[in-house]
Design a binder for this molecule. Structure first.
Ligand code: NAD
Ligand code: UFG
Length: 369
């Protein structure tokens, strides 16, 4: 029997490329649609190094209805994992229109194209940001929407759109996965996070300091009412998150309706606890200094992670030490990210299809946000 094909929007990015690894390991064949606005096509070659299968890459925009129709016509996909989007909170405050355009209008274009193609199983990348910054932890899925920035509001609006869709049409099976703080890298050291420009998030900043590419980590505040004064988050290994997509996809394919599920470990860790775990991984101290609080940061929150276990049998298996060890292995082996050559054994692996990327933009010279 032929492996089912899954359209993975944003599949060349950090979480998307790891999700491709998990999908292939579970017997699916990913077809990636990505503008590469915040990623690198070579991430998919690394997926091939790990799995022996290189996903097809279609260079196209999730807002482009014609491009979507062409993808559905060309590849017989049975379900969609929708990760394509913009994700920088600060940027969303400065340029909200781009965030509503890509995240909200992009999802609208996608579900319309899915409907036209008769594909009605969807896993959506949502975020703990939909809960805002003042819910008591652990935060369960029943907590109200209270996003405090445009990025978070785009995620909450997409969830509402998808909930209305599932209520209106019983043929849809949808899972919205609310990630907490995905970090780490594939344990092979072949695939990891490589943000364009200076990192906004804690772990890529730590890895770049560790590699000597940045002077020191600035801890954004050490005067919170937490275990050591620094911010507390629920860090979850990106491969656990990736495997969560597979479990959610199977659930959504079997069960019509919509499900919201947290993907977190259920445990919080402070910035200094993450730094300590990272120092254990690299066996030397990390340069840091304490700076002021970052505007808009919540002091502490973590997930109630029981919902995903009860609904589709997923729970995080990897701990903070493994997240740090895997992040460091990736950074140490690839100081220049995907510019570093893939290992020699990567060549000659069997491929799902020719690895030449395809461009399916409906408009010539179409530009991306
Ligand atoms: P990422 O930037 O690495 O991946 C997003 C991908 O989407 C990139 O490859 C980018 O090129 C692509 N993309 C952007 N706009 C596009 C468009 N218009 N059409 C097609 N492709 C487009 O980010 P990530 O960390 O892998 O995040 C993936 C998803 O998970 C995003 O939707 C993000 O909002 C969500 N999320 C991420 C986190 C996190 O901490 N990383 C937390 C919660 C939710
Ligand atoms: N931090 C530092 N120094 C840095 C970067 C971060 O001290 O250089 C601290 C932050 O103050 C915070 C913690 O590390 O206490 C985590 O910060 P991140 O920027 O890594 O993550 P956030 O929790 O702020 O936000 C992330 C994503 C959001 C998503 C949210 C979901 O960036 O998009 O997780 O929980 F919505």
């Amino acid at each position: 029997m032929r492996a089912p094909r899954i359209l993975v929007t944003g599949g060349a990015g950090f979480i998307g490329s790891h999700t491709c690894v998990a999908l292939i390991a579970a017997g699916y064949l990913p077809v990636v649609l990505d503008t590469l606005v915040n990623s690198d096509a070579r991430s998919l070659q690394r997926v091939a190094c790990i799995t022996g299968v290189e996903p097809v890459l279609v260079c196209g925009d999730v807002r482009d209805a014609l491009a979507l129709d062409r993808v559905f016509a060309a590849y017989d996909v049975s379900a969609v994992v929708h990760l394509a989007g913009l994700k920088a909170v600060g940027e969303s405050v400065v340029d909200p229109v781009s965030y509503y355009d890509v995240n909200l209008a992009g999802t609208l274009a996608l579900v319309q194209a899915m409907d036209r193609a008769g594909v009605r199983t969807l896993v959506f990348s949502s975020s703990a940001t939909v809960y805002g910054d003042s819910q008591p932890s652990p935060i369960a899925e029943s907590a109200p929407y209270a996003a405090v920035n445009p990025y978070g509001r785009t995620k909450a609006m997409v969830e509402s759109l998808l909930a209305d869709l599932a209520r209106a049409d019983a043929r849809w099976g949808i899972a919205c996965l609310r990630y907490f703080n995905p970090i780490g890298a594939h344990e092979s050291g072949l695939l990891g996070e490589r943000p364009h420009g200076p990192p906004n998030n804690l772990m890529p900043y730590i890895t770049q300091v560790a590699a000597g590419q940045r002077e020191c980590l600035v801890v954004h505040g050490a005067d919170y009412d937490t275990i050591d004064g620094t911010g507390v988050r629920d860090y979850v290994h990106v491969m656990d998150v990736a495997e969560g997509h597979v479990a959610a996809l199977r659930h959504a394919a079997r069960r019509p309706g919509i499900l919201m599920a947290n993907l977190g470990t259920g445990r919080g860790a402070s910035v200094l606890e993450v730094v300590s775990a990272f120092e254990r991984a690299m066996r030397r101290p990390l340069a840091l200094r304490i700076g002021p609080r970052r505007p808009g940061d919540a002091p502490a929150y973590w997930a109630d992670a029981r919902g995903a276990w009860q609904a589709f049998g997923w729970r995080a298996r990897r701990d903070l030490d493994q997240m740090c060890a895997d992040s460091w292995r990736w950074q140490a082996a690839n100081p220049h990210g995907f510019d570093d050559p893939a290992p020699a054994h990567a060549s000659g692996l069997p491929r799902f299809q020719d690895n030449t990327s395809t461009s399916i933009n409906s408009k010539p010279g179409h530009s991306h946000a």
